[in-house]
Design a protein around this ligand. Structure first.
Ligand SMILES: NC(=O)c1ccc[n+]([C@@H]2O[C@H](COP(=O)([O-])OP(=O)(O)OC[C@H]3O[C@@H](n4cnc5c(N)ncnc54)[C@H](O)[C@@H]3O)[C@@H](O)[C@H]2O)c1
Length: 448
């Protein structure tokens, strides 16, 4: 009998924790923003969910059924299975923890891993044995295994692959696009072992109806997401650059794209301001990773520069249309329609509309910013813009459209426009809000 104890003891110590059952898994989501909140809502239909965020005011608002991201409804937020909390103790019950915290850049466009590392610390201190930790935040390849797992192990005193498991499943939601929600977008999953990948595929398939793709490894899944966004940045940069050349030649780039798009292998992209905290940020993670491997990543770097400069090009364009003889725009009143970084999305963070407004302000213009859906938080107008809540403060000398929100489409037609800006005045319509032929009859209208 004594012998069997001696044999069993080390076996018990090394036995790997059993993976949870997908259908019974209690799901905790860390970071309840544009990504985390809809994900949590998706799971809450038939499993218990715990929503954890460090922002107390956000938790209070969510408990009151208020979502400033406009990604969910009151009905979504009052599902029975949902708890919103700032209390780390609530995480002890979770079978799976999904990390949806920001991955921004710091000064000098250096990747800021602090939120993702802090969330890993929180999880490490509060997870139970057998927990699966899955990262959804966009990161460069290797972050999950090389940066996050060591923290999870250190804080928990447990071992990945034995006591707990990790995975990566990039989020692909597109804020403002209400037609494609979490369940409608195919999802990539990867776990630290094939069994973890299978677990994640089964778990996510409860919410995602568009299909699951099992990536070859966690690094592949991380790389896939950052490649998707970088590819978009590079393609838009190409069209933004073409816009400048073709415009100088008197050619409309969107006409060119339409013509070129008649070939089966041409991919259509359109010019625009690339802001927000995905497409305009993620390539910097890749550039940083490239530097670590002695690679300059010239195409990625150039694309970033072109897209960063596009707001200045638009500012130049308006200056030329408004007052080409003058060195500045002193005393000119310019209305900018759109403060959010993209159509139908309240998010203003890193919106290039601000860069444009700043540039116009620097030239001496009085800039007025109108965007009824923008979630301004603490922003009350920057040095380059005065936020207005109605168009009544007109007339303006020129108008720039940077977003095609549904509310603009519904409320601002050419009659309305004519009531705030004089006949023949410059209207720069980056998003094609107005009918070009009709607009040209009344205004000095330019659209790419
Ligand atoms: N917004 C998008 O379009 C989108 C799409 C796909 C992927 N992503 C990626 O998903 C991630 C999240 O983006 P988002 O737009 O939802 O961000 P967000 O800023 O809208 O929300 C993040 C939330 O995380 C919370 N948070 C910060 N640190 C935390 C911590 N240590 N513990 C718990 N909560 C914490 C914040 O308070 C905030 O509520 C990022 O990596 C982003 O790149 C975003």
């Amino acid at each position: 009998m004594g012998t069997s104890v001696a044999i069993n003891k080390p076996f018990e110590v090394l036995q790997s924790a059993t993976l949870p059952q997908p259908q019974n898994s209690i799901v905790a989501v860390l970071g309840l923003g544009y990504v985390g909140l809809p994900l949590m809502v998706g799971f809450a239909d038939d499993q218990r969910t715990i929503g954890f965020d460090v922002d107390e005011s956000k938790i209070a608002a969510l408990r009151d059924g208020e979502d400033s991201t406009d990604m969910t409804t009151l009905e979504d937020l009052t599902k029975e299975n949902m708890d919103f909390t700032c209390d780390v103790n609530a995480l002890h019950d979770a079978d799976v923890m999904m990390v949806c915290v920001p991955t921004p850049v710091m000064h000098g466009n250096k990747p800021d891993y602090r939120p993702v590392l802090a969330a890993s610390r929180t999880i490490g201190q509060n997870m139970k044995r057998g927990c699966v930790v899955v990262y959804e935040s966009t990161v460069d390849p290797g972050t999950t295994e090389n940066k996050c797992v060591p923290i999870l192990e250190e804080e928990s005193g447990m071992r990945e692959g034995v006591d707990f498991y990790v995975g990566y499943s990039p989020e692909r939601v597109s804020p403002g696009d209400h037609a494609r929600r979490v369940g409608d977008i195919a999802k990539i999953v990867a776990g630290s072992t094939p069994q973890v990948t299978d677990y994640l595929a089964e778990l996510y398939s409860r919410v995602v109806k568009a299909g699951l793709f099992k990536a070859a490894s966690i690094k592949v899944a991380e790389a896939a997401k950052i490649l998707e966004n970088t590819q978009r940045d590079v393609n838009i940069a190409l069209i933004n650059e073409m816009m400048q050349l073709f415009d100088a030649m008197g050619i409309k780039v969107t006409d060119v794209v339409a013509a070129a798009g008649s070939k089966w292998n041409f991919h259509k992209y359109f010019p625009g301001l690339v802001g927000g905290h995905c497409i305009s940020v993620d390539p910097f993670f890749l550039l940083n990773a490239g530097r670590g491997h002695g690679l300059a990543m010239d195409i990625v770097a150039s694309a970033r520069q072109v897209n960063e400069r596009t707001s200045h090009y638009i500012s130049d364009k308006l200056h030329e249309m408004l007052d080409p003889e003058s060195h500045n725009l002193q005393g000119k009143r310019v209305l900018v329609l759109g403060r959010a970084f993209k159509d139908n999305c309240p998010d203003i963070r890193n919106s290039k509309s601000f860069a444009l407004m700043d540039s116009l302000w620097t030239r001496g213009a009085d800039v007025f910013s109108y965007d009824p859906i923008a979630d301004d938080g603490h922003f009350e107008g920057g040095r380059g813009a005065k936020v207005i809540t109605s168009l009544e403060e007109g007339p303006y000398d020129a108008v720039v459209v940077t977003a095609k929100h549904d509310c603009f489409v519904e409320d601002i037609d050419l009659f309305k426009l004519a009531s705030v800006v004089g006949r023949g005045s410059p209207v720069v319509d980056l998003r094609g809000l107005f009918d070009e032929e009709m607009a040209k009859l009344q205004f000095n209208y330019w659209t790419p």
